[in-house]
Design a protein around this ligand. Structure first.
Ligand code: NDP
Ligand code: OXD
Length: 308
């Protein structure tokens, strides 16, 4: 039995070393090497092409190199019944919370507006908002969103949270799924931590933006396809959205002619809000491989029907 690693963005070597040290009898192949496809029991992957998993007839588990599994589940030929395991934190929570906190501070301290002033050499102090009056709305209160909400609340911001099922998080006012409008109405900066599913695709659209207070800002560090790009550009142009910090996009890398690059109210980062580090995540992957080898249920199995 063996494992095949597939990623265009993660270096295989630290994974090979860590897995070899813990499971010396498990051959580790890096795509396009696979050894005997019939011997492959596990894959460790980031964004494998559609149909790719079909070549391994005896696959027992698909291990994701990321927390989000939308790219894996989008494959219409994904072998049925094979568990898909995602990363649970594994070093990502802290990075995501830092990135979200950066976005909150940026917009709260009106850096997006001072950046515009600087272009025009304009010296114009703007009215400050007390930290306690600048509400941060966190969409998605799972492993990563929940930790970011706690982190931002500890910075003194009022934090509102929204999730599919009700949550209780100290310091966070949690709204249920059917209370989206009330959640949005009080949000000065919206931070998106939702997984990309059928239910959440395209939900950051003109209708949703119109429910935010005028000039509210957006931090999107979840997935690009949550956003209807044309609606966001229109909302930025009209002033309904004051600024956007965007880490994720429909197509990555973002095409050179995309309007986001040159929009004066948009900051683009290249999908780096949280980067999977083998030094922090390999222990979790190894623990799951060991569980599988012992016939125990693995951790982080996603609900393929729900999409996360
Ligand atoms: P989780 O699955 O732990 O949490 C998802 C949260 O979203 C849960 O609170 C869930 O609700 C909620 N949710 C899901 N569907 C809906 C819905 N239809 N309506 C309302 N709430 C919903 O995911 P993680 O926190 O681990 O990860 C979140 C996402 O972050 C990933 O899917 C990935 O896309 C993104 N990500 C981005 C990175 C980057 O570098 N930019 C790095 C890592 C992850 P409930 O609790 O009720 O199930
Ligand atoms: C992830 C990501 O899902 O990097 O982990 O986006």
């Amino acid at each position: 039995m063996s494992l095949v690693f597939y990623s265009n963005t993660d270096a295989p070597e630290p994974w090979r070393e860590a897995i070899r040290a813990a499971l010396p009898s498990l051959p580790f192949h890096v795509w396009p090497q696979t050894g005997d496809p019939a011997a492959v029991r596990y894959t460790l992957v980031w964004k494998p092409p559609a149909g790719w998993h079909g070549r391994f007839p005896h696959l027992q588990a698909i291990l994701s190199l990321g927390a989000g599994v939308d790219a894996i589940l989008a494959d219409p030929q994904l072998p049925p019944g094979v568990p898909v395991l995602r990363l649970l934190d594994a070093g990502l929570s802290r990075q995501m919370a830092e990135y979200a906190a950066y976005g909150v501070l940026h917009f709260h301290r009106r850096m997006h507006e001072y950046a515009l002033q600087q272009r025009e050499r304009r010296w114009e102090p703007l009215a400050p908002t007390a930290t306690g009056d600048f509400a941060v709305g966190v969409m998605g209160l799972g492993v990563l969103g929940g930790e970011a909400a706690r982190h931002i609340a500890a910075m003194g911001y009022p934090v509102l949270g929204w999730s599919r099922t009700p949550k209780r998080i100290p310091g966070v006012k949690c709204y249920d799924a059917d209370d989206l409008d009330r959640f949005l109405a009080h949000t000065a900066v919206l931070v998106n931590f939702l997984p990309l599913t059928q239910a959440t695709t395209g939900m950051l659209d003109a209708r949703l933006f119109a429910k935010l207070p005028q000039g509210a800002c957006l931090v999107n560090l979840a997935r690009g396809a949550h956003v209807v790009d044309a609606d966001l550009v229109a909302a930025l142009d009209s002033g309904q959205i004051g600024g956007a910090l965007l880490d994720v996009f429909h197509d990555e890398p973002l095409s050179r002619d995309h309007p986001y690059w040159r929009h004066p109210r948009v900051i683009v980062t290249p999908h780096v809000a949280a980067v999977t580090l083998a030094s922090e995540a390999a222990a979790q992957v190894i623990a799951n491989l060991q569980r599988l080898e012992r016939g125990e249920p693995p951790l982080g199995a996603v609900d393929r029907a729900a999409g996360y």
